[in-house]
Design a protein around this ligand. Sequence first.
Ligand SMILES: [Zn+2]
Length: 396
Amino acid sequence: MTTVDQQSIPCAVCGEESRHQILLSSNQLGSPDLDLRPAKMLRSTMGMWVQCCPSCGYCNQMIATPIPNAKEIIARDNYQKTLNDEALPELVRHFRCYAMLVIEMDLEQARLAHMYAAWVCDDQNLTELARECRGSAIAILETWQPFKDKQDEIIKGAVLVDLLRRSSRFAEAQELCGQLLAYQNVPPTVISGLTFQQELINRSDTAAYTIKEAQDFADAHAAPPETVSSPDEIVDANADELAVEHVDLKRFAGIDGEYYLEKWKQIEATGKKITWNWAAFFFHFMWFAYRKMYYYAYILAGLFLIRLSLKFQFDLPWFASYLVRYFDWILLGMFGNYLYYHHARRKIVEAKLRNRNPQTRQVAIEKMGGGSGKAVIIILLALLAAILGPALIAQW
Ligand SMILES: [Zn+2]
């Protein structure tokens, strides 16, 4: 239920009193929209979210509250033009004026005011004007880009995706969706929201949808996780669906995902197998163990062990003897990124085959990738046992 009171309120700018409706309480029945527009009844109280002083045109949530420089901003031409623009619904004018007053001290409030204006336009089927209001909100949200991998920033990004889609800016919306879904800290509701957005973008759908509808869509498209895949299923699987995307690769690398994605994009773009990876160069088999490429790690550790027991004698200039002595370090530095790229692609396809649900897929990809300090310790202990073991046995 919504309760409202009528009050006389003095204006903080001109001091004149005027009567306004004050929202005392309201409630939400149902799910908010994807852009966080509240459900009924709160939804229909927008007329009370901004007050306008009839004497001087000051707009604020409460006109009794002052805003710095209000007098000067109200006197500006663009403010007066907006305030008196008969072509716009009155409430849209008030939200826009309020946005002008707060934009310098509170970008987030200004962004919200433009979104509220867009919702007013939605309700009156003013499509073009709604797009314009969304454009102002988008411009503000874009100043926050790139969004960090933190929940509150990801939610801002998800709202931006909705604003872009509803303004028919599908390519930008799609790109941002991909970026956000690659993050580690995306809350589950936002994952289903963004997955649903991708579907809407593919359909070029600009309508408003609720978070509940996104959730229902995610539930309807989530198959129970499959733990084992038979060869038949592999044949059945749609090749498109199994395509390895950049989002997957970055998610797989996890730690230093940006770095690896950049290197892998280079490999994809140029077809060259040689790049440079300092970690692979310095840490040799330990890097492979850390990156969970266990077969390489054990083969390389075996090589390492063999060469420990060999004595190299070369009659070569010093740099050439270094090259010969450390050729495998150098090769690993050169081919590390390439080997890791192919390992990642194989594992991602495996994860996709085993999991049909987009969310469990993402989790599986994350688990198969990333780094493992434990693996490094295990391989070092194994190596140590291999070195010391024979000596201990001999002594015993
Ligand atoms: Zn006033």
